[in-house]
Design a protein around this ligand. Structure first.
Ligand SMILES: O=C(O)CCC(=O)C(=O)O
Length: 325
């Protein structure tokens, strides 16, 4: 069987703003940044402390009987719990109080106050915890879009998806495996919107997803204190190797008007991309006026024009030196 190429995400230590902006950011590749000062959260964020500071604030969480969350078959439910109770349950393997089963898995992705309109902001939803976390100074403050608290049970796996903004994912406690795929491998990932239908990335069904092996797998394991730079459009799949707490920060690197104004999650396609996709739909509808052999002929010519005008060969250059296959 053909093997998927595996590449380790490079690790940089003691990165400051200048090094990040000069050596890492322009490459637009996932990078682990180790040793950036994230603040007292690293020592303080125990289960007890989080419970005390987050208190009885109600949080909406994902709960599932199996740790691999499946957006296609919706094998999870949304439930609400006081933050303290949620953290306690997420940190334990078996629960005396539960919704579905005594070994159910939990996941929190914090939300804004008005879920549909406002992005998550750690300083608004969890002001006490925000004091313990330093937002890395790698972008301008006015570019900041959201700061999201993420808490997962041990073993929790989140499906492969992309976001449209640049992202720093901080691992505060626990460990997490992150697998990433380049935007250039989008056609090998069997997308449904912003998510990949290949749910089991470790043992994919290659009869159903034969092209998946062609997607290069970038991989890292985040330890407490690590930051992962996830450039916009890079697909990522996370697997909590232990109960863990993280924060991720999205920022706008395109001009502000490029983004969809009604997008509290940071995952709606840029306005120009949405318009282009709508125009393509209209063009395809027009082609339906022709018989099949003509549609095939003009469809192929359209693909060629799209490739010529949009593909960026400079992005294809890849270093083989870091291959771990
Ligand atoms: O940490 C996780 O579990 C998911 C992170 C993620 O999806 C993100 O940072 O965009």
């Amino acid at each position: 069987m053909e093997l998927q190429e595996k590449i380790s995400v490079p690790i940089f230590t003691e990165v400051n703003r200048e090094v990040f902006l000069r050596e890492i950011y322009p490459k637009r590749r996932p990078t682990v940044l180790r040793g950036v000062c994230l603040g007292p959260c690293l020592e303080k964020w125990t289960v007890g402390y989080l419970g005390e500071k987050g208190g009885d604030k109600e949080v909406k969480i994902h709960v599932s009987t199996v740790p691999q969350m499946d957006f296609l078959h919706k094998n999870f439910v949304y439930k609400t719990l006081p933050f303290r109770e949620f953290v306690k349950r997420a940190s334990e393997k078996r629960h005396s109080n539960f919704f579905l089963s005594e070994d159910e898995s939990y996941y929190l992705r914090s939300l804004g106050e008005d879920v549909r309109k406002e992005p998550a902001d750690l300083s608004k939803q969890f002001p006490d915890l925000a004091e313990d976390f330093n937002i890395p100074p790698f972008f301008e403050q006015e570019q900041c879009f959201s700061s999201v608290l993420r808490i997962s049970s041990c073993g929790l796996q989140l499906w492969t998806h992309y976001d449209v903004m640049d992202n720093l994912l901080a691992q505060v406690t626990g460990m997490k495996r992150v697998v990433l795929y380049s935007p250039q491998d989008a056609l090998h990932l069997y997308l449904s919107g912003d998510k990949s239908e290949v749910l089991d990335i470790d043992a994919p069904d290659l009869k159903q997803f034969p092209k998946f092996v062609r997607a290069k797998r970038y991989e890292c394991v985040l330890e407490p204190g690590d930051l992962l730079f996830i450039p916009a459009l890079w697909f990522h799949n996370t697997l909590a190797l232990r109960f863990g707490v993280g924060v991720n920060v999205f920022w706008r690197h395109l001009p502000p008007d490029s983004y969809d104004k009604k997008d509290p999650y940071g995952n709606k396609d840029p306005v120009a991309a949405t318009r282009a996709l709508q125009a393509l739909e209209r063009a395809l509808h027009i082609l339906e006026e022709l018989p099949a052999d003509y549609r095939d002929f003009y469809g192929r010519r359209m693909i060629q024009r799209i490739q010529k005008r949009t593909y960026c060969d400079c992005l294809l250059a890849d270093s083989d030196s870091d291959s771990i296959n």
